[in-house]
Design a protein around this ligand. Structure first.
Ligand SMILES: Nc1ncnc2c1ncn2[C@@H]1O[C@H](COP(=O)(O)OP(=O)(O)OP(=O)(O)O)[C@@H](O)[C@H]1O
Length: 246
């Protein structure tokens, strides 16, 4: 796996936009999944979005990416509604859907759609350690390899913002570290990363700040260096200490 700079990544070289969620409510199936959610996320670094199962992290990511609209309230990136910003962002799902084509063709598809430089494909695959599998069917990749391909595909979009939903769930420690390295490098290149993770160790390793969601609201938003040693909310404290939070 080779380090890589993103010379074609012009948008990420600009300052990434800041996220504002104001008085957001999201109702699904007659239930308020998110309610009175207010959040400001800075333009730099890695933000970890944490919280117990079912607390609304995935739905919050979908709102941030403009895939869905809030029932009430606003979600904006530098005052532009999230649904108008999707071309400068990439979202990688927990179980990425890959095209029924080769590994290389999955990247080509994105580069072509973006009128990008196809020669970047090999550099991207090398960056995620998949160059030797370029001709293999993408759907035959292991879980960790599929996640790395999904990340390469997302980076091929030259995103200013990378939204990641549990990118290392159920991967072995080596695969986790490989993916964390890709995430760290993207952040160092100026890509804003918002990462949903249940892995406290991972959040400690990667995050600059932590948003802790509980029952559809922000229970706490703190710099990582404060959050882990001195969480302000009882729910975050219990979560970090491995106690069950519902
Ligand atoms: N289409 C839907 N209709 C009704 N409820 C839904 C729908 N989609 C999600 N929900 C509910 O919204 C809540 C939040 O779901 P979400 O997937 O955002 O949680 P999460 O914090 O990401 O959970 P996990 O950590 O388990 O992945 C859950 O209670 C879920 O059951």
């Amino acid at each position: 796996m080779r380090d890589m700079t993103f010379p074609a990544n012009k948008s990420a070289q600009q300052t990434a936009p800041a996220l504002r969620m104001r008085d957001v409510r999201l109702s699904l199936g007659g239930r308020h999944v998110l309610d009175s959610l207010n959040l400001c996320i800075d333009t730099h670094g890695v933000t970890a979005l944490m919280g117990p199962n079912g607390t609304g992290k995935t739905q919050a990511l979908r709102l941030m990416h403009g895939l869905i609209r809030p029932t009430a309230g606003t979600v904006t990136w530098n005052d532009t509604p999230a649904e108008a910003k999707t071309s400068t962002q990439a979202l990688v799902f927990q179980k990425p859907v890959l095209l029924r084509r080769s590994v290389a063709a999955n990247i080509d598809f994105v580069l072509k759609a973006r009128r990008g430089d196809r020669s970047r494909r090999d550099a991207l695959l090398d960056h995620v350690g998949l160059l030797d599998k370029a001709r293999q069917p993408a759907r035959a990749l292991s879980g960790g390899e599929a996640q790395r391909l999904a990340l390469a595909r997302a980076l091929a979009l030259d995103p200013q913002v990378l939204l990641l939903d549990e990118p290392t769930a159920s991967l072995d420690p080596g695969s986790v570290l490989a993916i964390e390295r890709i995430i760290t490098q993207a952040a160092h290149q100026g890509v804003k990363v918002i990462l949903v993770t249940h892995d406290v160790g991972q959040a400690r390793r990667l995050a600059d700040d932590v948003v802790f969601l509980h029952r559809g609201r922000v229970a706490e938003h703190s710099p990582a260096h404060q959050f882990f040693p001195r969480p302000q909310s009882a729910v975050a404290r219990d979560f970090i200490n491995g106690r069950i939070v519902v």
